[in-house]
Design a protein around this ligand. Sequence first.
Ligand SMILES: Nc1ncnc2c1ncn2[C@@H]1O[C@H](COP(=O)(O)OP(=O)(O)OP(=O)(O)O)[C@@H](O)[C@H]1O
Length: 483
Amino acid sequence: MGSRSFVRSPVSCSAVNEFFTCSSHCSRNYYQCSNTMKSQRAQVGQTLLPRKLRKSTRWQTALFTQRRIVSNCCSDLSTTYTEEVPNYLALNVLQDQSNTGQDNIRKVLVILNPNSGFRSSRAVFYKKVQSTLKLSGFTMKVVETAYAGHAKVLASTVDLSTCPDGIICVGGDGVVNEVLNGLLGRDDLKEALQLPIGIVPAGSDNSLVWTVLGIRDPVSAATALAKGGFTPIDVFAVKWIQAGVTHFGLTASFCGFVADVLQLSENFRLQLGPFRYVIAGLLKFLSLPQYRFEVDYLPSPGRNPELKSPTQNCCDQLSDGSKVKRGSTEDNWVMRKGEFLGILVCNHFCKPAQGLLSPVMAPKAQHDDGSLDLILIHGSGRLRLFCFFVAYQFCWHLLLPFVEYVKVKQVKIRPVGGTHNGCGVDGELLQGEGQAEWQCSLLPAQVPSRRRGAMDVSLLAYRCFIAFYSHLQYLPCTVLVLE
Ligand SMILES: Nc1ncnc2c1ncn2[C@@H]1O[C@H](COP(=O)(O)OP(=O)(O)OP(=O)(O)O)[C@@H](O)[C@H]1O
């Protein structure tokens, strides 16, 4: 524990240099003698350096220290001297490791998508993350995906006994989604549901880990993984009714303009990386089609006191007026029909990593509140879409009279006429054929069973599960995500 205070105390560079001179042979000694050195040198630093200068010195010191530690302690690892762990917290991780024993070894499968984001996943993992994880006790088997869908195949076929402590995804939301779906498609579902999913963000958006945990840099993610812990996240299922196909998600599903942008953006992935969404959005905005849908939703009980608000009255009129009907009193289904610029079903508040002002799409959504947040953008036309986009930047979009926002249990969406019948789930596009109807609902919540001690690992965890396909089974589930 003394080593922790060493890191946080203001010390001069020379103190650290000296310190490393005396500790270069044995990292363990380093930890033992660091307290003494700290108490001596800290006083010097505090006395002589102005506060601001002390602060910056401390930062540089921390970086320097880490590099030296890596080089001194990790000769048995496949890391090179040039690999850096430029993060304060990483040092704490390394120090904590001095007190850990064999029990803390955590065996995980790492699935790395080399195609994510700027295609920098390899660099992110091998240069910034791998050594931190190794030093904190992870034993990793790293597999790089070779094609779209490979992560799903891996997650659905891997021998779970080889990675009892989880699967870590290095990439974007897409690879996380594939792993989720791979696990949920396994025959040994009960065991698969216990497996945590970790995320090291290296994709274009990484909305899930950014929204839920406020992490978007890989080093912080690795530190969180090393630290341990779980975050439960609701899981929703999107079912293509006609084909009987179910796809699972953690972030959001959407139809209309956003789904079109997603489809178009894939054409620019190689050239533009994460900026493809901006270009595709502009192009689609300029050639904006009309979207017509029929939407049925089941409001979440007790969560919508504002149902039938003035905004909704307005929406009733916008949405082909009299076509708004209430369902039977038994289930209280609500129906909307007409033109919609977009339909979004959010599982968390959806904060894009690339937003100019860090707007959130569904401010009342929580990733573990047992309900979905439905946003209906009624109407059509570029002016209305532009208004929505501008208001969204300031998080005022819910105040617009043509926007309806309601917490729901279930939503059914039917594209009408020639409307594009694709549906996006966590950034992946599901393409329906012919008449497609999408049903989006939450899986029943499950209490994750406590995993063994080594599971006090970091990943982002998810909680809900799974009753899917026709034979509903309530199984315990844990879906992890970085914490
Ligand atoms: N080796 C590969 N070659 C081509 N595509 C791949 C490969 N591996 C995975 N994919 C596909 O790449 C797509 C995007 O992956 P991912 O979500 O990780 O990155 P991203 O789209 O840049 O990030 P985000 O989803 O956060 O915006 C996924 O649909 C996945 O199926």
